[in-house]
Structure formats: structure tokens, C-alpha cells
Design a protein around this ligand. Structure first.
Ligand SMILES: *[C@@H]1O[C@H](CO)[C@@H](O)[C@H](O)[C@H]1NC(C)=O
Ligand SMILES: *[C@@H]1O[C@H](CO)[C@@H](O)[C@H](O)[C@H]1NC(C)=O
Ligand SMILES: *[C@@H]1O[C@H](CO)[C@@H](O)[C@H](O)[C@H]1NC(C)=O
Ligand SMILES: *[C@@H]1O[C@H](CO)[C@@H](O)[C@H](O)[C@H]1NC(C)=O
Ligand SMILES: *[C@@H]1O[C@H](CO)[C@@H](O)[C@H](O)[C@H]1NC(C)=O
Ligand SMILES: *[C@@H]1O[C@H](CO)[C@@H](O)[C@H](O)[C@H]1NC(C)=O
Ligand SMILES: *[C@@H]1O[C@H](CO)[C@@H](O)[C@H](O)[C@H]1NC(C)=O
Length: 796
């Protein structure tokens, strides 16, 4: 390119009319006079959805559209974080009132729309007196325009000229008239146009007290790009001219900016600009003549500060390469969510100054305001399991999030909870701030909370599992993002409660020392869970405190099974079941069999067998007990001693009589003394009656399958009808009228009202109505299969 030819220039264009000053606007606006522009920052919360600006001067009000801003020297950037709009106005912007290039007065309207759709205007009024003196040539590369200004009193330095300039000069000389015209160099044909025509195409030429100004948006028809030092520059090179008689006045104005977009190298944002931006300066003698400053957000930093912040400036093959750490101070970052991927990017608003002195000692000041962004970077989310098994609480830390990410909800094993949690919740979520402006969240959930899933393995391992689905949201867009994590904790040696059992004279005593995880199980007697109420109802003695459970089960109380019944002794077995509290499957049992001495006893079994040991000494004072029998004389005693006889028979044999009652069925037999014995050895008036009463509802199989199986044992009674002592042993509690235990000391009659027996019992037909009787004794219905896997202990 050619050397510059700077001619003295007269004041050619009208200057701005002076504007009257307005009051300073209110404090919402953060305004600062920078070296080369006025900055106004306004909180997004204040501006509402669609703010825009108007420039105000004596001519009127000028709405600042995107295009108008680029032509007239205004730039508007939105910063979602920290949430403000930044408006920059060049000191040479179209509607600034300029006083000797020293004092600049701005007047704007901020136009916002309220929630109710009302349009509100706020006055903004600011005066700036920049302390930095103007260099002879200045070039500003803003985000949306290039601006060049030169001192208007600069004389034309002697020097070489190039073809372009020769052509301009020739064209100017031939076509110039007294009106100013402009030609754009560099792109083929040089058709001159008037300043009005140029303005229509978006170019602004202006004159202040001491300077000539040229401004152009990027990407104009007359702009061209050129590679300088390996960097692409956009150049617009107008020459304005006018002929006054034989003198041609030419003004050469060049705006050229590096349009490098920069890149991210994994840790730094890198941007380049030519070492010698040759379109702007001609004949630069040496590189020592230049000075470089770097800063951020429109402010330059002193070199030590820049170095401390990790900025690197190196010369590289004719380019100045600037590297800024992606998270350097002053970087803006923003979180994003795409396809449930949490990402973020960083933007650094680089501010760059290059001072160049050419061979004619003309100083050029180049200032560049350039945002450089990283691509979307995925942000690792870290879930840390901080569970301490001994505390029996899940503790999970999730982090680290920047400020624009907040936790709004958690799903614990599929159950939703909004954050913050309600106060009385068993869980807690606390926000943990970190020193570097990030934060995390600590969630705690107790192991034994219902929301935690729990699994017990046969080897005694108790496993707790918590699946956590965190919902985070990115502000201000409120874009949700889910993070899933799972924590598991295992506790070993967790076994079902183990009872110790001992035989006592009165029954069996069960003892349990409570263990921490006993709450996982429930103690069952038959079909019913053991509670103090059930124990009281069944006649058990229960003592329970925080350490030990004691359960005394007297013999003959409900729940026993009797076996090996003999004249001297019999065996009674009692069983406690341990069931899993949630699944109700049997996890264990405590079974104890004890031997008890026989006095009198009758057992009416599930399978329809009546077994009785009865004292027949009164009925047969001197007789031989082996001569007794049931109603059927063929059914003699299985065993006898001096006073007692043991009888055992199926209910449908041995002359047993049967009677249907309301909801029950009564089987009855008698112990009779052989008529063949001499009368002296008999006492006919004394009678021993054996009775078994079964509930009909438990006997459905008797009627459907013609087979005696009762869901529960029968209630047995031995009735000595002539004796004051009615001995009665039952295998069921006295819950039916037939088994009253009241002694009938004064009565000679049997305690039971004698049913009318029709015949010896075989099978009985019943009416349906009888089968529907409710089963109030459900607890008795024990199935053999429940206990099939258990070991049976027997102690005597
Ligand atoms: C300048 O232009 C004139 C007329 O077109 C031409 O004669 C002359 O050679 C040119 N000079 C240079 C240095 O190109
Ligand atoms: C929860 O408890 C804290 C302190 O005890 C109290 O300041 C807060 O208002 C409570 N929040 C709710 C929602 O009850
Ligand atoms: C912030 O600090 C935390 C805790 O010291 C650290 O784990 C995390 O990586 C830091 N994050 C950044 C972006 O420096
Ligand atoms: C996590 O929770 C979100 C919000 O409730 C839901 O859309 C998403 O499907 C959940 N993810 C899983 C894997 O359950
Ligand atoms: C979490 O921490 C607990 C306790 O330290 C540990 O037992 C468990 O294996 C850890 N891991 C997971 C995935 O839960
Ligand atoms: C016995 O007491 C313990 C602790 O007080 C309690 O957890 C348990 O449920 C009680 N057991 C029964 C059968 O009442
Ligand atoms: C039969 O027993 C009754 C009552 O115990 C008694 O009064 C009566 O004398 C006895 N009869 C004989 C023959 O022993």
C-alpha cells in the first residue's frame, strides 16, 4: 500500500448544534466515561423484556436500531450473567454534543415496556471529559463498526505514492467539483459518490472542531479483506475530495480491523491481530516504535496486572497472539442444557490497544473491543458418596455448580420432593458454598426411612439402596437438567431375632434380647402378630422393655400342640414365628416342646381324634380300670393306672354321638363301666362324659371331602356329672359357651345342657347357612406347612 498523503483540510461540514445539558439520570444506570466511549450498564431486571434506546439531540429523537447503532457509533451487548445490558456510545457517535473534542455530552432515552404493556421512557444524561489525549490518527474496532478519525490540521507529508493514490488523484482532479465527494479504494472501479449517497449506503463522515471522522459497519459493499501477518483484516478505505479552483483537497481515511474470531485451545482463549496493521500505517520504521496494551471489558490493564491474570502476548510470524485463561477474572460464563447435557461457555471481552508511530512520526492509536468465546464445554458434575455406615444415614454431595445453576427437586427412589424440603422432613438438603464462587448440595437420608429400599440376604447382609434423581435448573432460562446417582450401603450380620426358650412348671418361657435391626421383623403367634393385647387375650404373660422381651405361655393356653399323651406325662409344643415385616414371609421360628405331668386332659385334634386321660376312680371305686370302655364296649382304654384311664378314638367311632349346634358341632362320648362287673365295684350314678366341640366354619372339608380335617383343634371337655369338681382341660380358650370353666359345686347336673343325640356319629349333612359363620378364632388356624422347615427341640 502506498504512503499517506495528508493535506490540510478546512472545516467543511457543519458542526453539531450545541445541546442544552440535562439532569443526571437516576442510580439504576451504572455509567462510566471510558477513554474512548461512554459505558452505560443497566440491570436486566430493570429493563424488562425488550428494551431499546433512543439518542436525543436538538434535531429530535433518533431510535437506535441495530443498523443505526453500527452506522452511528453505538454498541449494545447483553450479559445474561451477571444480568445486565451494556450500552456503549463512541465519543464521536452521531448524536453526542462535542465541545472541542474535550467534553462530550450524551442524552438518551431508555425505552422499556412494563408487564402491563405500558411503554416507559427514562432519561439518561451524561457528560464525559476523557483524560487521554487524542492521537493524530485513531482507529476503533468495535463489535459492530469500525471508526477512524484523523486530526484535521495534519499536513501532507512528502513521500512516495502508489498506484491507487495516483488513480484517486487523477480521478479527483478530473471529476472533482466544489462539493465533497468520496471514492472507496481497493475494490475495482472507483466511482465517486456524494457524501449524501455515501451516508445512504451506511458510511458516516463527520467533522468536529479538530478531527475528521469516518465510520462504517462491518461487511459493507466497499469493504474488503486482506491477510496481514497471517491474520485476516477487514479494510474500508475511502478518500474524500473536493476541488477549490485549482486546488484539490484529498482526505484519505482508512478503517482496518483484525476480524480474527479467536479460538479456544483447551485452556486459553487465543486471538490474533497483525503486528503491523499495514493498511493503517505506512512506512513503519521499526517495531520498537509500537506499544501494546491488553485489558478486559473496555479497560486496559497495566502489564504486571495482566501478567498476574495469566495474559500472554507473543509475536508469532508477523502476528500478535494474545492468550487469556478461559476463566480469567472478568470472564463471563453461562450455563446451558442441551439434551440433558449440562454445558457452559466462557466469553472474554478483550480490549486491545496498539500504538504505532510511522516514519513520519505520526502516531496511530488502534483500539479493539473484541468478545472471544469458548465453544460449549461440558461441565463435569460430581456426586460424592460421603456415607458413614455407622451413622446409618446416606450422605451424598453433588457439585460443583456455578451460580446460575440451582437444585429445584430430588426424586428419591421415585418419590418426588421439592427443594427446599419441608422442615419436618427426615431428609436434609443443604447448599454448600465453595471458595471459588461455585456451590454444591449435601443430601442426607436415614437408612431406615421408608423411602430407602432395603434388601435382606440370607447371609445376614442387609442392603440399603437409594436412587437419587436430582433436578437442577439453569437460570434465568429455567432449563431443567437431571443428574442420576445411586448409593448403596451394606450392614453385615443382621439375623432375625433369636428367642431362648425354657420349660417351667406352668408352661414355656420365651426370652428375647432386642437387637438393633429387630424392627425388620415381627413376632407372630399363629396368624396374628404378637401385641400386648393379643397376649392378654390369650392368657400369656408378656413383659417388654427396651432390652428384653419375656413371654410366658402357660400350658393349655391356646397355641399349644400336644403329643405323646400318656397317663403320667404328655408333651406340649409351642411355636413363635418370625416374619419379615414388609413381605410377611417366615424368616425363622422358636419352637419349644416340654413335658408336663398328666392330671386330666382331653385333646381334640385337627384330624378328628379325641384323646383323653380321665380320672375314673370315682366312677369305679374298687374296679379294675381296664374294664371301662367308651360307649362302644369294644373301645377300651389304651392304658390305665390306679385312677386314670387313657382313651383315644376317631370321632366317628366308638359310639361317639354328634350334635349340631349353632355354628359348632359337638362330639360326645362317655366312659362307661362294664355292666358285667358286680354292682359293688360300680357306681352307676357317676358318669364321665368326654366332649369335643369344633367350629363348623373350620370344618368345610368334612362336608366337601367327607374327611375330617379341621382348620383348628376342637375344644375338649371332661365332665364328671356327679362330682363337684368338674375337671376340664381344653386346647382352646374358653371362648364358647360349651367350655365354661365355672365349677358347679352345688349342682349334680352336667354343666352342659345335654344335647339331644340322635345317633352314633358318622358324617353329618349341614345346611349352607351354617358354613358361613364368621371365624372369630382365626389365630388358631395354623397350618403344618408353616413349621415344616423348623427344627423341633424337645426338652423334658
Ligand atoms: C499516475 O497517473 C498518471 C496518469 O494516469 C500516469 O501517467 C503515471 O504514470 C502514474 N504514476 C504512477 C506512479 O503510477
Ligand atoms: C424451617 O425452619 C427454619 C428454622 O428453624 C425457619 O427459619 C423456617 O422459616 C422454616 N421453614 C418453613 C417452611 O417452615
Ligand atoms: C471450585 O472449588 C472446588 C472445591 O475446592 C473444586 O472441586 C472445583 O473444581 C473448583 N471449580 C473451579 C471451576 O475452579
Ligand atoms: C428424573 O426426574 C425427571 C424429572 O422428574 C424425569 O423427567 C426423568 O425421567 C427422571 N429420570 C429417571 C431416569 O428416572
Ligand atoms: C458409599 O459409601 C459407603 C460407605 O462408605 C460404601 O459402603 C459404599 O460402597 C459406597 N458406594 C456406593 C456406590 O454407594
Ligand atoms: C417391645 O419393645 C420394643 C422396644 O420398646 C418395641 O420396639 C417392640 O415393638 C416391643 N415388642 C412388642 C412385641 O410389643
Ligand atoms: C356312688 O357315689 C355316690 C356319690 O359319691 C355315693 O353317695 C354312693 O354311695 C356310691 N354308691 C356306691 C354303690 O358306692
Amino acid at each position: 500500500m502506498a504512503s499517506g498523503f495528508w493535506l490540510g483540510v478546512f472545516l467543511l461540514l457543519s458542526t453539531w448544534l450545541k445541546l442544552k445539558c440535562l439532569e443526571t439520570p437516576n442510580g439504576v444506570f451504572d455509567m462510566a466515561c471510558r477513554d474512548r466511549y461512554l459505558k452505560i450498564a443497566i440491570a436486566l431486571s430493570f429493563t424488562g423484556d425488550d428494551p431499546h434506546f433512543e439518542a436525543v439531540d436538538d434535531q429530535g429523537v433518533h431510535p437506535i436500531t441495530e443498523r443505526y447503532a453500527a452506522e452511528c457509533g453505538y454498541s449494545i451487548d447483553t450479559f445474561p450473567l451477571p444480568g445486565h445490558i451494556e450500552f456503549r456510545a463512541s465519543y464521536f457517535s452521531c448524536h453526542a454534543y462535542n465541545q472541542d473534542d474535550q467534553v462530550f455530552h450524551f442524552k438518551f432515552n431508555l425505552v422499556t415496556t412494563t408487564d402491563k404493556g405500558q411503554v416507559v421512557r427514562y432519561d439518561i444524561d451524561k457528560t464525559c471529559s476523557p483524560s487521554l489525549p487524542w492521537s493524530p490518527k485513531e482507529v476503533t474496532c468495535e463489535t459492530n463498526y469500525m471508526e477512524a478519525s484523523v486530526r484535521s490540521d495534519m499536513t501532507c507529508p512528502s513521500g512516495t505514492n502508489n498506484g491507487d493514490w495516483n488513480t484517486s488523484l487523477t480521478t479527483a482532479y478530473l471529476s472533482a467539483i466544489s462539493d465533497w465527494q468520496v471514492m472507496f479504494q481497493g475494490k475495482g472501479e472507483l466511482a465517486p459518490m456524494t457524501l449524501t449517497e455515501a451516508r445512504e449506503q451506511g458510511y458516516v463522515f463527520d467533522v468536529t472542531d479538530g478531527r475528521l471522522i469516518f465510520r462504517t459497519p462491518y461487511g459493507q459493499p466497499h469493504s474488503f479483506t486482506t491477510m496481514v501477518g497471517g491474520v485476516t483484516m477487514e479494510v474500508v478505505h475511502p478518500t474524500a475530495f473536493s476541488r477549490q479552483n485549482w486546488i484539490v483537497v484529498l482526505v484519505d481515511l482508512v478503517a482496518a480491523c483484525s476480524i480474527d474470531e479467536g479460538y479456544y485451545d483447551g485452556s486459553n482463549l487465543v486471538w490474533e491481530t497483525p503486528e503491523v496493521p499495514s493498511p493503517l500505517v505506512f512506512g513503519l520504521s521499526s517495531l520498537e516504535n509500537q506499544q501494546i496494551n491488553v485489558g478486559v471489558n473496555g479497560q486496559l490493564l497495566k502489564q504486571p496486572v495482566a501478567e498476574e491474570r495469566g495474559y500472554h502476548v507473543v509475536m508469532h510470524n508477523g502476528a500478535i497472539r494474545i492468550s487469556i485463561p478461559y476463566n480469567a477474572e472478568g470472564t463471563y460464563r453461562k450455563s446451558f442444557v442441551t439434551d440433558n447435557q449440562y454445558q457452559e461457555f466462557f466469553v472474554f471481552h478483550l480490549y486491545f490497544e496498539q500504538l504505532l508511530v510511522d516514519e513520519n512520526s505520526v502516531e496511530t492509536r488502534l483500539r479493539i473491543y473484541r468478545p472471544i468465546a469458548t465453544p460449549l464445554l461440558s461441565h463435569p458434575v460430581l456426586a460424592v458418596n460421603r456415607t458413614v455406615i455407622e451413622e446409618r444415614v446416606f450422605t451424598v454431595y453433588l457439585g460443583n455448580f456455578p451460580e446460575d445453576v440451582v437444585l429445584v427437586a430430588v426424586k428419591l427412589n421415585g418419590h418426588d420432593f421439592a427443594v427446599p424440603l419441608v422442615n419436618d422432613s427426615a431428609y436434609t438438603i443443604s447448599r454448600v458454598p465453595q471458595a471459588n464462587a461455585t456451590h454444591g448440595y449435601t443430601l442426607t437420608v436415614p437408612f431406615d426411612d421408608p423411602v430407602v429400599s432395603m434388601e435382606l440376604f440370607n447371609n445376614g447382609i442387609l442392603q440399603f439402596t437409594l436412587n437419587i434423581n436430582y433436578t437442577l435448573t439453569v437460570l434465568p432460562e429455567d432449563e431443567p437438567y437431571c443428574h442420576l446417582t445411586s448409593v448403596v450401603a451394606q450392614i453385615t450380620a443382621v439375623f432375625p431375632p433369636a428367642f431362648q426358650a425354657i420349660c417351667s412348671e406352668q408352661g414355656i418361657r420365651f426370652k428375647l434380647d432386642h437387637q438393633p435391626f429387630d424392627y425388620l421383623w415381627e413376632i407372630y403367634i399363629g396368624r396374628d402378630p404378637l401385641t400386648p393385647e393379643l397376649a392378654a387375650q390369650l392368657g400369656y404373660m408378656m413383659q417388654n422393655d427396651s432390652e428384653t422381651l419375656l413371654l410366658d405361655v402357660p400350658v393349655f393356653s391356646p397355641g399349644y400342640i400336644y403329643e405323646e399323651i400318656g397317663l403320667k406325662a404328655f408333651f406340649a409344643t409351642f411355636e413363635i414365628l418370625i416374619k419379615h415385616r414388609r413381605t410377611l414371609t417366615v424368616h425363622g421360628s422358636a419352637v419349644k416342646t416340654c413335658q408336663f405331668p398328666t392330671t386330666e386332659l382331653i385333646v381334640c385334634s385337627h384330624d378328628g381324634k379325641m384323646t383323653a386321660v380321665a380320672d375314673v376312680s370315682l366312677a369305679m371305686p374298687d374296679g379294675v380300670l381296664s374294664r371301662t370302655s367308651l360307649l362302644d364296649p369294644n373301645c377300651g382304654p389304651k392304658d390305665t393306672d390306679y385312677s386314670k384311664a387313657l382313651f383315644s378314638c376317631q370321632l366317628n367311632t366308638c359310639g361317639t354321638r354328634v350334635k349340631l349346634g349353632k355354628g359348632h358341632i359337638v362330639y360326645e362320648n362317655e366312659i362307661v363301666v362294664s355292666r358285667k362287673l358286680p354292682a359293688a365295684s360300680r357306681n352307676d350314678t357317676d358318669k364321665v362324659t368326654l366332649q369335643c366341640v369344633y367350629r363348623l366354619s373350620g370344618l368345610h372339608r368334612l362336608f366337601s371331602m367327607h374327611k375330617f380335617v379341621s382348620d383348628m383343634p376342637g375344644v375338649g371337655s371332661i365332665i364328671h356329672s356327679k362330682h363337684s369338681v368338674q375337671s376340664q382341660q381344653t386346647t382352646l380358650p374358653p371362648t364358647t359357651k360349651h367350655t365354661t370353666t365355672e365349677p358347679t359345686a352345688t349342682s349334680q347336673k352336667p354343666t352342659i345342657k345335654r344335647p339331644v343325640f340322635q345317633s352314633a356319629a358318622h358324617y353329618v349333612k349341614v345346611f349352607d347357612v351354617l358354613k358361613d359363620l364368621s371365624d372369630t378364632l382365626s389365630w388358631q388356624t395354623r397350618k403344618r406347612s408353616d413349621t415344616s422347615q423348623q427344627t423341633r427341640k424337645r426338652s423334658v
